[in-house]
Design a protein around this ligand. Structure first.
Ligand SMILES: *Cc1c(COP(=O)(O)O)cnc(C)c1O
Length: 415
């Protein structure tokens, strides 16, 4: 992981490690050459800087942008440009790199869902933008979805004035189309549902209806950035601030050229549209482009190997905790990177997983473990962990794995 081959590599690593240990007052992971801000506003505001051993959770500010993305954001802040030109060029560049017809930088996957739905509703009828969300009686507004795909982001679709039509079997799906069907919605990481992606697309297209796939948290693997558009989904939504490590308030909407154009009609800066509040500033648009460049320069194998090494290092320090065993678990679709799952007998150790998670949270620096810790049903593809601690290692900064390991060791071994 650390590059000791050059002076610069060594200093960057040392600085990261010291920063991670809280010795230096710089953000861990920051490039050694980066200029430091004059004021640390987190300190000024009294906001705790945490160690993220959870994952890309929005409530924990999800991910830290790599240095190249931070630099792109800072560079974009220095010049005004014409927003429409930036949106267009960024979209064309991203579409080229991600092998799809067209792309739009949105305010996040949730914003992509709203703009994608709005696009399907007003395709070929730009004047209809201002009818959304309440005056939709003259527009198609039925969205077909599998019952098992209803999820926590339904509202982003309903914001356009749509109504969900739920189906379970393929026969019900075939029968659900009416002259008001506007879109077929697919939740990529859904854990249930009988109808496959390929069937979902084939039936929708036979009825001339576009399909939107929400794959927000489903990078890595990197190839998912073109797999779903390649498979035939007309629109695909990704979060910019999760595995892509772009700005937290950015995302991608990828897909058909006519639909992406219709999405922009509903987007900022167009006033009186459903997306005017989903503004993306020049800094985030450029940051998203840089994040696409960054992710395409990574490899799934090395990202996974790095996560595995972190997990093994933490587990190794906990080897003598009574009854403890560990497993490295990779969720199948969303958050598909190795996570560390630590199982032990709480009665023997004297602390439940939830108590351990509270001890780490209230210590200094404050550490957030994965929210599946101590819970009966794991979040986003993670295993049930009522009797387990789940460490999301992928958002840790260099050196933080050992801090988490030592703090877990203290919590589990000290009375
Ligand atoms: C995180 C997530 C979203 C929202 O993504 P943002 O980029 O924060 O808007 C939407 N759908 C799913 C499935 C997600 O996991």
């Amino acid at each position: 992981m650390a590059n000791f081959g050059t002076r610069r590599g060594f200093f960057a690593w040392t600085k990261n490690a010291l920063a991670a240990a809280g010795v230096l007052n710089v953000a861990p992971g920051q490039a050694v050459a980066a200029t430091l801000p004059a004021t640390d506003y987190y300190d000024k505001l009294g906001v705790a800087k945490i160690i993220n051993a959870a994952g890309t959770y929005t409530a924990l500010t999800a991910s830290i942008m790599p240095p190249s993305v931070q630099a792109a954001v800072a560079g974009a802040a220095r010049h005004p440009v014409r927003l429409a030109e930036l949106q267009k060029r960024a979209g064309e560049y991203i579409a080229g790199r991600l092998k799809c017809e067209a792309a739009l930088v949105t305010s996040g996957a949730s914003g992509s869902l709203t703009l994608g739905t709005a696009a399907c509703m007003i395709l070929g009828n730009r004047a209809a933008t201002r009818l959304l969300p309440l005056e939709v009686s003259t527009l198609k507004n039925e969205v077909i979805i599998q019952k098992a795909h209803r999820f926590g982001y339904d509202q982003a679709i309903r914001n356009c004035g749509t109504r969900f039509v739920e189906v379970e079997t393929l026969a019900q799906y075939e029968a659900a189309f009416t002259d008001r069907t506007v879109m077929c919605m697919f939740y990529n990481a859904a854990e249930g549902g009988q109808i496959t992606r390929e069937q979902w697309i084939a039936v929708a297209h036979r009825h001339g209806v576009p399909c939107l796939n929400d794959a927000a948290a489903d990078v890595p693997p990197i190839s998912n950035l073109w797999n779903y558009t390649g498979m035939g989904f007309d629109l695909v939504a990704f979060s910019g601030g999760k595995g892509l490590r772009g700005p937290q308030n950015a995302g991608l909407l990828l897909g058909r050229k006519d639909l992406i154009e219709a999405a922009t009609w509903n987007n900022s800066p167009n006033s009186d549209t459903v997306g005017r509040g989903l503004k993306v500033a020049k800094e985030q648009i450029v940051g998203m482009v840089a994040a696409v460049d960054w992710i395409l320069a990574q490899s799934d194998d090395s990202m996974r190997a790095e996560c595995r090494q972190r997990a093994e290092r933490i587990a190794a320090l906990l080897r003598d905790v009574p009854t403890l065993s560990h497993e490295i678990f990779m969720p199948p679709v969303a958050n598909a990177v190795p996570h560390l799952v630590l199982r032990y007998d709480a009665a023997t150790v004297g602390k439940t997983p939830l108590q351990v998670s509270e001890i780490l949270r209230s210590g200094s620096p404050s550490i957030e473990l994965n929210p599946s810790t101590g819970r009966k049903s794991g979040s986003a593809g993670l295993p049930d962990a009522e009797d387990a601690i789940v460490v999301g290692v992928w958002m840790l900064q260099p050196g933080e794995d050992m801090i988490v390991a030592r703090r877990l060791r203290d919590a589990l071994l000290k009375a």
